[in-house]
Design a protein around this ligand. Sequence first.
Ligand code: FES
Length: 111
Amino acid sequence: MLRFEDVNYIISANVFYQPEEKMASTIKVCMGSSCFARGNSKNLQIIQNFLENNNISAEVELTGLRCCDCCFKGPNITIDGIEYNNIESGMLYDILEKHYQNTKDFNSGEK
Ligand code: FES
């Protein structure tokens, strides 16, 4: 289980992380206390598992965000600029599958 302290470290590390190459895709997970407590701690693990299972971890930049004062819509996740709100763990895998539905094309750089 991911601990809140670990997430804070990840967020802190990402603030200073500047990838040399632009990643093909970006997933931003709100790690503010409200979104974290309401599901994004579990959602983060689901995303990591999805990326690993589809062999696209290297192509997708996964970052944490601080609270954007839109907690009432949370838990909040943004995938390639598309904001998803009130994300329940049960629906997240479907959202990821739909977004990355052509992972073979994605892996070959055709997406
Ligand atoms: S904690 Fe996510 S928007 Fe506030």
